[in-house]
Design a binder for this molecule. Structure first.
Ligand SMILES: [Cu+2]
Length: 155
């Protein structure tokens, strides 16, 4: 396993997450599954990350943003395809997840756009991505970087 340059920061983030998350009502009930991303061609192109965000609690939660040491400008985007088959993407804004529901970030739909990469996304590495919620809670996940042509975590 490669040593990642963000290891120090990562340990701090995970510790903070473990201490802060259970105290908050909403995100303590948020479970993130199947997080993955693709290796990037260069640092000048944005990366993207995908995952399923599940609200296992009794109250709605609202995802309002992202933060990661990997990218200066991470943002939730939505890809839409028009009648002519041309797809484009735009910021998705806040995402409310009802109790018992989940939201899928997947190719062709919602995704975590990682703009202004701080380093190349290399296959086999991982990075931390923190989901920010409207009640001040956060959930930090470890995202594996798969191959450049990967279509999902099972590839
Ligand atoms: Cu995008």
């Amino acid at each position: 396993m490669k040593t990642h340059t963000f290891t120090g920061k990562l340990a701090a983030l995970l510790t903070f997450g473990a201490l802060s998350v259970p105290a908050l009502a909403g995100p303590g009930d948020v479970v993130v599954e199947n997080a993955w991303s693709r290796a990037s061609i260069g640092v000048n192109r944005p990366g993207a990350a995908y995952m399923t965000i599940r609200n296992t609690g009794d109250e709605p939660v609202t995802l309002i943003g992202l933060t990661t040491p990997l990218a200066m400008m991470p943002e939730i985007h939505e890809t839409t395809t028009n009648a002519k088959g041309v797809s484009s993407m735009s910021p998705a804004g806040e995402i409310a997840i009802a109790p018992g529901e989940s939201v899928a970030l997947e190719p062709g739909g919602l995704h975590a756009m990682l703009m202004r990469l701080q380093e190349l996304m290399t296959e086999g590495d991982t990075f931390t991505l923190t989901l920010l919620f409207d009640d001040g809670g956060e959930v930090t996940v470890e995202v594996p970087i798969l191959g450049i042509a990967a279509r999902g975590p099972e590839d």
